[in-house]
Design a protein around this ligand. Sequence first.
Ligand code: ADP
Length: 323
Amino acid sequence: MRRIAVLTSGGDAPGMNAAIRAVVRTALEGEAEVFGVRRGYRGLIAGDFLPLGARDVGGIIQRGGTMLGSARCPEFRTPEGRTQALEALSRQGIEGLVVIGGNGSQTGAQALAATGFPVVGVASTIDNDLYGSDITIGVDTALNIALEAIDRLKVTASSHHRAFVVEVMGRDCGYPALMAGIAGGAEAITIPEVDCDPEAVADEIRRAYERGKPHALVVAAEGARYNAERLANYFKEQQARLGFELRVTILGHVQRGGAPSFADRMLATRLGAAAAQRLLDGQRGVLIGLIDNAIAVTPLDVVVASKKPLDTALLNLARVLAK
Ligand code: ADP
């Protein structure tokens, strides 16, 4: 394989740049040319390619986001869209593709791989909900950002004797909220995977008050049945019984934008390098992830058909430790 392309797709994640850099420089070592694709599958359909040499990926390892841009591209869900992408790849003489992204992006990668075109995926999403990798690119940085925000909110909440709900990202997946809740010392955590009784949340806040805590923290996933807004609405008329005044902070996209942590740079570097190497070695239709701290290669059809389990028993650990 003499010419490959690399794209980033879906939600951006800190570390994507480090992965692009590793793909490019590993492929160059294998004497292949590399093209970057701008704006994910949209750029693939449009044939928006950019030659990438070793110097073009210099100075990006420490930057969040993705130098190639990302996009959502509904056209790629259609066979016509994918045919256009294959034509663009063929016009450019590109023989293989690395797709850096999360669940949706790897579903697109699988659809392209199913046509016979060589595709290798790299596990990257701040939600950590992708089967085939214990941990995905961006998770560590996004969680560190959430924890920094939580730590700061605790300081001000203590001064004012408040309870606060912090909402973290995760539309369908509670991993970020569960982890931020445990590492942030939350009294209660709400996630999409487990039905939550707002009365139990009220009890935890009340107990924190009665134990003499200066504040109480609830971490809510945006996709939980009781996310921040719905919890605030539920308690609107009845704050007095919580003991504390309740305030809400929604972290939203600030969680994405940070400079990648050491853990994310290392993970992205290892996964990106392995993806380029495996593609050049002739593997195709697989996702590169990390399982038990070793590079793991999982067929994309298995990845997209499987759901990564969340250890919801950790909710109980959070409850025990919130004494
Ligand atoms: P993420 O990769 O972060 O989960 P999305 O779910 O938005 O992000 O998916 C990113 C892109 O992947 C979509 O805009 C679309 O172009 C492509 N994609 C998602 N699902 C499919 C699918 N079933 N078939 C083909 N392409 C898909």
